[in-house]
Design a protein. Structure first.
Length: 217
């Protein structure tokens, strides 16, 4: 069944698939040079990252919709399940570095952006970034079946320690997101290589009938 999916958002990645791989990683003290910013009180320090987690998270899902003709457009709206956040929580020494600098360093550490990237890392580090738009775009189906539409983001979280100069180290937790996209699944079709925690599988379990092939890992 061919599916045409469009999604309009600031960093939209249109995704037409039945599952999206999630990945997690953990660090035990890996360090990275801090990205200097004009607003940072202490520039040029060193970050240590711990408990790094990078995964796809389901943010919205629509009720299942029966499509009985090719070329039909889906009409069920997405219900928001999760609002991604961009924030830094300081535990100690918050005046030594600002939130933007922390998030930009996290973007580089996790491969979200390269050092000196003023595009993705700037958006990733924007603590005033609006939530993912779940209302834009449209979907048409070139086939028939019981379909569920869903949305997701790639979310990144990590604990950090920042050491700079002779001051006391700063500790805290940073959270951001870099990719937003959408997907479709057909309840009667198993999701290939589905793993627990994947947005597609979670969406199927929320909207398809109990026991539907798509809801089984």
């Amino acid at each position: 069944m061919k599916i045409k999916e469009t999604l309009l958002s600031a960093c939209a990645v249109a995704v037409v698939l039945v599952g999206t791989a999630a990945c997690t990683s953990g660090g035990g003290g890996a360090t990275a040079k801090a990205t200097p910013t004009a607003d940072a009180v202490c520039e040029g320090g060193v970050y240590s990252w711990f408990n790094v987690d990078k995964r796809d998270v389901l943010t919205g899902v629509a009720e299942k919709e029966k499509v009985d003709r090719k070329g039909a457009g889906l009409t069920h709206a997405l219900t928001r399940l999760h609002t991604p956040r961009t924030a830094v929580t300081f535990e100690k020494g918050s005046r030594a570095v600002d939130a933007k600098a922390v998030l930009q360093a996290l973007a580089v550490h996790t491969g979200v952006a390269e050092a000196g990237d003023d595009g993705v890392s700037t958006e990733f580090a924007d603590v005033h970034r609006p939530a993912q738009n779940l209302d834009g775009g449209g979907t048409t189906i070139d086939g028939v079946g019981t379909v569920v539409r869903y949305a997701w983001v790639e979310q990144v979280t990590a604990d950090f320690r920042y050491a700079c100069g002779d001051g006391k180290p700063v500790t805290g937790r940073a959270t951001g997101w870099v990719v937003d996209g959408s997907g479709l699944l057909e309840c009667a079709t198993p999701i290939e290589n589905a793993k627990e925690g994947e947005p597609a599988l979670a969406a199927a379990r929320l909207s398809c009938d109990p026991g539907a092939p798509a809801a089984k890992a």
